[in-house]
Design a protein around this ligand. Sequence first.
Ligand code: HEC
Length: 103
Amino acid sequence: MTGLFKHISLTSFLFITVYSVTSNADVDNGKDLHNSNCTSCHVSIQGGDGSGIYTRENRRIESHPALIKQVKRCRDSLGVPWPDEHVSDVVEYLNSSFYKFKK
Ligand code: HEC
């Protein structure tokens, strides 16, 4: 019984922690989300760590709104049910690391 109780409180603790982290637009969270979900496909296309897809000469994305659209498109092809906050975190991460668009 004690073990079960511990398990339940640990689970709610993690939930609260994860929830409060993801409710702010946050580059570090975007980086984690990106690195655990988004790289495998891009690596198979582009090689290296996959980030070359964002920096290649003929890259597709040339504006901040286009970046948001592409992140949503790729999220949908990945099939993860990310809320818009996750999308903004990942957009902020990609923009601050690679694209550097002014908003
Ligand atoms: C199912 C494979 C796949 C997954 C998973 C995937 N992508 Fe992509 N992504 C692609 C392909 C293919 C392209 C290139 C499309 C093109 O060249 O028109 C691309 C291109 C992009 C680009 C534009 C690069 C440029 O040309 O400027 C961005 C931004 C991007 N992906 C973000 C993401 C994010 C964020 C995730 C995780 C949610 C993700 N992708 C997951 C396949 C994937």
